[in-house]
Design a protein around this ligand. Structure first.
Ligand SMILES: [Zn+2]
Length: 182
């Protein structure tokens, strides 16, 4: 007989929990913070259908399945306390897996929708897989191409992207929504 069972006569009735660590430990131990304090901290666990990280509020037991919440809401609560009724935790970075509290803000549902709408255009290029470029860089590329001091090959060297990428910016095949105001 195991020692625990001698010390605790009822131990055979105790439901063993696979993971009894506190919520904060279970959240932060599965977050990639390699981008540093200003970068996105990406949840490495499971995500829901909308791409938001999800986590059980209670430890997972053998019999009890705890309620789930989204990881960015949990991150907000751990940092700031309870979320007021009717408020949404929104992402500045538009990255649903991000749980960096610095990238989260509290807004009404209407504010959240307005914010997503206003970002809709910029998000298209920034999130389309061309990770080395962003709206600001593309703006500079467009200005440099317009001035004619650099060609596509030189810019591609400088930015570590292919000359084809620079060409497609010049030809308005990508990043068309970036208005260089030339
Ligand atoms: Zn972020």
């Amino acid at each position: 007989m195991q020692r625990d069972a001698i010390d605790q006569p009822n131990s055979n009735r105790i439901v063993l929990r696979r993971d009894a660590k506190p919520l904060s430990t279970r959240l932060w131990s599965r977050v990639d913070m390699s981008e540093g304090s200003n970068g996105c901290w990406l949840w490495q666990g499971s995500v829901n259908i909308n791409g938001y990280g999800q986590i059980r509020l209670e430890p997972v037991g053998n019999a009890i399945r705890g309620a789930k919440s989204t990881t960015h809401r949990v991150a907000w609560v751990l940092k700031h306390g309870p979320i007021p009724d009717g408020m949404n935790v929104c992402h500045r970075c538009d990255n649903p897996r991000c749980v960096n509290p610095a990238h989260l803000w509290l807004g009404t549902h209407a504010e959240n929708l307005a914010d997503m709408k206003s970002k809709g255009r910029a998000a298209r290029g920034d999130r389309s897989g061309t990770a080395k470029l962003n709206s600001k860089k593309v703006l500079i590329i467009k200005r440099l191409l317009f001035l004619g001091h650099c060609n596509a090959v030189e810019l591609s060297e400088l930015l570590g992207v292919s000359a084809t990428t620079i060409d497609s910016i010049r030809n308005q095949k990508s990043w068309r929504h970036i208005d260089a105001r030339l």
